[in-house]
Design a protein around this ligand. Structure first.
Ligand code: NAD
Length: 471
């Protein structure tokens, strides 16, 4: 057993939450060998898809049974508001497991047009041993996006939760065993990035690795794949997503402000698709700033275990310091802090920031370019649709964008012009499970999560060519 441990502490108030081992490189190798043996045994991989679906549907039922516990674990580990965990994260995780379980036996390969004495077809097969490395901000939900399609497709999966948020994912593995998943098909290895994460990225047995986290880490995983076994890497990374408001956006009334607030401040702004850059037509700039900032100031900042809390703490002291530093830097560059910009004393040991709205920012200011991962938005104005698209695209990321206009032409031109993997119009949305999810540019490789597309991430295509003889 590993000698080194991670001491888990609540981001809300520093309460000790126990400890987990840091899985060592040798233990990662052991886990991948076990996964390989399990895969080869065929106990899971060669089970008929309907049989795999039945186990995963039982897992979903068990998650439903333990919904409150799973929500509490994510709330405690990540400092996420309990209401978000209960109403969004855990229900959407259950739905995700169900959706992929139900989809797995409804897929078909292709028959080619080779003709003559040949029958040629393609089918998709699992990789065998696969892995996923997870971020801390949606511990269970990101696990579910990977577990559903990876296991439904017949792989053996190794999951590494983020350093600080392993407990809901460890419980998920217990539930999977209770549901009847054979040993070794799903292994959860807690640990840190440099030890456990890096060992997975370098592992020679793992055939595909799906990563969700920051762009910096994603880059190092791609390098590790290149120097090890060229495992297929899928990357879902950070963002700096724009919310674009055309001159008619106020026609959406309260839906506009509610949607903007949700986009900006869900999980205290620590959300990959957070609409942290608001671009608004100059004719409604002042009205939007006034209404949005007033709504932001009304949001209740509090302990995440309190059901009335809308914004909990940021993940740790370093994050708070980085975010407050960026706000100060913007102030020095002439920005106006319309609301927020400070730490709120909710509980010692936690770092709570007030929802912050900044205006008067230069288009190329650093705060508009880099992901801050906190409850901070900038509001900038534009004059023309072309200028809005130019501003929206002038960043290294391309994860998501939301567009507020009632005019079809504007909606379509913006939806097609903005360089991002997901555009929502008339609301802030990441789409449901039927819609592919994934970023462009330095946000990722695009569209590999959710929907039937997710199976492509976890399977490889084989072509079979058969010549027959005789009439
Ligand atoms: P992070 O990159 O710091 O860590 C993510 C995971 O990578 C953790 O499990 C960590 O232990 C591991 N890791 C760290 N160094 C590693 C290394 N050298 N080799 C292998 N693994 C390593 O990210 P985070 O702070 O946990 O998560 C926040 C980031 O995730 C944000 O940038 C956010 O936008 C992004 N995110 C993206 C999506 C998406 O779907 N695009 C969803 C959620 C979060």
């Amino acid at each position: 057993m590993s000698a080194r441990v991670i001491s888990l502490r609540s981001p809300a108030d520093g309460t000790a939450l126990g400890e987990v081992p840091i899985t060592s490189e040798a233990e990662v190798r052991e886990a991948s060998r076990l996964a390989e043996a399990t895969y080869r045994s065929g106990r899971w991989s060669r089970l008929a898809p309907r049989g795999r679906a039945a186990v995963l549907l039982r897992l979903a039922d068990l998650m439903q049974r333990d919904l409150t516990l799973l929500a509490r674990l994510d709330c405690e580990d990540a400092g996420k508001p309990i209401t978000e965990c209960l109403q969004n994260d855990v229900p959407s995780s259950i739905e995700s497991i169900r959706w992929f379980a139900e989809a797995v036996d409804k897929q078909y390969g292709r028959t080619s047009s080779a003709g003559g004495d040949v029958l040629a077809f393609t089918e998709r097969e699992p990789f065998g041993v696969v892995a996923a490395i997870l971020p801390w901000n949606y511990p269970l939900a990101m696990a579910a996006w990977k577990v559903g399609p990876a296991l439904a497709a017949g792989n053996s999966l190794i999951l590494k939760p983020a350093d600080a948020t392993p407990r809901s994912v460890l419980h998920l593995a217990d539930l999977a065993a209770e549901a009847g998943l054979p040993d070794g098909v799903l292994q959860v290895l807690p640990g840190d990035g440099p030890t456990t994460g890096a060992a997975l990225a370098d592992d020679p047995i793992i055939g595909a690795l799906s990563f969700t986290g920051s762009t910096t880490t994603g880059r190092s995983i791609l390098i590790a794949s290149a120097r090890s076994n060229l495992k297929r890497v899928s990357l879902e990374m950070g963002g700096k997503s724009p919310q674009i408001l055309m001159d008619d956006a106020l026609a959406f009334g309260d839906d506009l402000i509610d949607g903007m607030i949700e986009s900006a401040f869900l999980t205290s702004g620590q959300n990959c698709t957070a609409g942290s850059r608001i671009l608004v037509h100059e004719s409604i700039h002042d009205a939007v700033v006034e209404r949005f900032a007033a709504a932001a100031a009304r949001l209740r900042v509090g302990h995440p275990a309190d059901p009335a809390t809308r914004l909990g703490p940021v993940i740790d002291a370093r994050s708070a310091e980085r975010i407050l530093g960026a706000i100060d830097q913007s102030r020095r560059e002439g920005a106006t802090v319309v609301t927020g910009g400070r730490e709120v004393g909710i509980a010692p040991g936690g770092h709570y920031l007030s929802p912050t709205v900044l205006t008067g920012i230069a288009p190329d200011a650093e705060i508009t370019q880099q992901e801050l991962f906190g409850p901070v938005v900038t509001i900038q104005s534009f004059r023309t649709r072309a200028e809005a698209i130019e501003h929206a695209n002038d960043i290294p990321y391309g994860l998501a964008a939301s567009v507020w206009t009632t005019r079809l032409d504007d909606a379509l031109v913006l939806a097609r012009g903005v360089e991002a993997g997901l555009i929502s119009v008339g609301e802030y949305s990441e789409g449901d499970l039927t819609v592919p999810f994934g970023g462009w540019k330095q946000s990722g490789f695009g569209g590999a999560e959710k929907s039937l597309r997710a199976f492509e991430q976890w399977t490889r295509e084989k072509s079979v060519w058969i010549r027959h003889r005789g009439a």
